[in-house]
Design a protein around this ligand. Structure first.
Ligand code: GUN
Length: 298
């Protein structure tokens, strides 16, 4: 059996179209557009690329973007000061601090300085805390795991009572993905570098989310026939046959696994586009919250 390929780009395009309509409506009805501030500290080429992509996408859906760049040796006070200034700026509805921050900075304190109602990444300790608790709802959910859940729904996955395995326990993907699956009544196992018999644990999964950052680690014999496989990985590998000498692959060996899984996301073209779509959605929501709070840009 060959798996159904879950087209993240198509789903993300549909979401972006809805957002573009909503930002036009907001401007017509309220006289302003949603605004996203990005904060980039230091010179990490991958982070620079991500922030550029996020800002470009904002422009295309009618969200204003305000880029802020600080040098790699910026102090804790400078970074937190900027975040607090953006927190008080009525034109800024969402604040995104690109991670990872340089090692000398206290990430938790920086993220904690983002006002809850502007925390479009969903990384504020209170939003994450609410995500972890039964019967509580965060204002915002982290974009990548939220995107993974939308793709699972699109592919027709059943969550209730499903065995779900999350490979990876990062704050950005693995941990919040596990929380979201628990909220949907899946039985969740989170795997990491110390997990014994990783292939055996993964083989139990009706839903498998791979977010470890290891190129093509998940093989066909790790996957239960018919499982839903979501590949969050994006790894650059050497490829002498390609013009550039490299190519991007996921954490899942796509060619092998697609012969076993019931549905699978490609990488690139799966979760990646959904991450940015989720950020745009959260920024629109943040602007709607500002309207509800009676805040208007001056
Ligand atoms: N670094 C890697 N992924 C993300 C993300 O989703 N948001 C932020 N702020 N930084 C990241």
């Amino acid at each position: 059996m060959t798996a159904k390929i879950i087209d993240g780009e198509a789903v993300a395009t549909r979401i972006r179209e809805q957002i573009a309509e909503a930002t036009d409506t907001m401007e017509r009805e309220h006289g302003f557009r949603p605004g996203l501030a990005t904060v980039l500290v230091g010179e990490n080429p991958a982070s620079e690329q991500y922030v550029r992509m996020k800002r470009n996408r904002c422009k295309k859906v009618g969200i204003e973007s305000f880029g802020h760049e600080l040098p790699a040796d910026a102090t804790q006070e400078e970074v937190e000061g900027l975040v607090r200034q953006l927190g008080a700026d009525p034109k800024v509805h969402g604040i995104l601090v690109q991670l990872p921050l340089p090692g000398h900075l206290d990430e938790e304190a920086v993220l904690g300085a983002i006002p809850l109602h502007k925390d479009v990444d969903g990384f504020h300790p209170i939003n994450i805390g609410r995500l972890a608790m039964k019967g509580r709802d965060p204002l915002f959910v982290p974009c990548t795991p939220a995107g993974a859940m939308i793709l699972l729904e699109e592919a027709g996955a059943t969550f209730d009572g499903a065995e779900a395995v999350v490979l990876g326990r990062s704050n950005i993907v693995g941990m919040p993905a596990a929380m979201l699956l628990i909220h949907r009544n899946a039985t969740v196992t989170v795997c990491h570098s110390r997990t014994k018999d990783l292939p055996g644990v993964c083989r139990r999964a009706d839903i498998l989310i791979a977010a470890v950052g290891r190129a093509q680690m998940v093989k066909a014999d790790w996957v239960k026939p018919g499982a839903f496989v979501i590949d969050v990985g994006s790894n650059k590998i050497d490829d002498p046959t390609s013009e550039r000498g490299y190519r991007w692959v996921g954490d899942v060996d796509f060619d092998e696994v697609k012969e076993v899984a019931g549905a699978i996301t490609p990488s690139p073209g799966g979760v990646g586009p959904m991450t940015i779509a989720g950020l745009l959605q959260n920024t629109l929501r943040a602007a709607q919250i500002a309207i509800e709070r009676g805040e208007k840009p001056v």
